[in-house]
Design a protein around this ligand. Structure first.
Ligand code: GLN
Length: 194
């Protein structure tokens, strides 16, 4: 099964290395809309959401991603990627965003002191209600301030939502690709198989 990684900016290589460790998965770098043809899912890496958003439009990828996600292609946004998936970004016009997930996010929402940090979180894999512990690295991370009823909360840190899923869409405000832990990637691979 092919899974794409948006190759515009940010933690692309780290996601690639992660997917390469998972059996029966072929990672494909996505730079133009044709690259999306055979992929069952797409990862939008962390980086700078405004830059990625602008380039998505310039490379003609924005509309194609929206169309495919609406038809069922799985998508996972990590950090900046999560910001791009959100229907609402606090204090900002959403012109370049993908406007797909019913969540409200605030960019750079952890104060200076917590600009970047690492912790352990409980990630609810949803199926059967069991969870697993995984390391979570936050880098100038956004907060998911609100999730509509259609959105399932998969992980929280200090009472705030840090991972959420709405049907075929997954958003995490942290960076599993920067750890050695493959669980969240495996979770996304399962989403892609469905
Ligand atoms: N602060 C970045 C933004 O607002 C996100 C940071 C990240 O992806 N690690 O786009």
């Amino acid at each position: 099964m092919k899974i794409g990684i948006l190759d515009i900016q940010g933690s692309v290589t780290e996601h690639l290395e992660m997917l390469n460790k998972i059996k029966n998965v072929e990672a494909v770098l996505v730079k133009k809309s044709e690259d999306l043809k055979e992929v069952k899912g797409l990862i939008i890496p962390g980086g700078e959401s405004t830059t990625i958003g602008k380039l998505l439009r310039r490379f003609g990828l924005r509309d194609e991603i929206i169309k495919r996600v609406k038809k069922g292609m799985a998508v996972w946004g990590t950090c900046a990627g999560a910001i791009l998936l959100a229907k609402k970004i606090v204090g900002k016009e959403n012109a370049d965003s993908l406007n797909l997930m019913d969540i409200v996010v605030e960019r750079n929402a952890y104060g200076r002191q917590l600009d970047s940090f690492e912790t352990q979180v409980e990630f609810d894999c949803g199926i059967g209600g069991f969870g697993y512990k995984c390391p979570a690295i936050f880098i100038r991370a956004p907060k998911i301030l609100k999730a509509e009823k259609s959105v399932e909360v998969l992980a929280k840190y200090k009472d705030e939502i840090i991972a959420a899923r709405e049907k075929n869409m997954l958003a995490t405000t942290f960076h599993p690709e920067l750890t050695e832990d493959e669980k969240v990637h495996k979770y996304f691979v399962e989403m892609c198989r469905k």
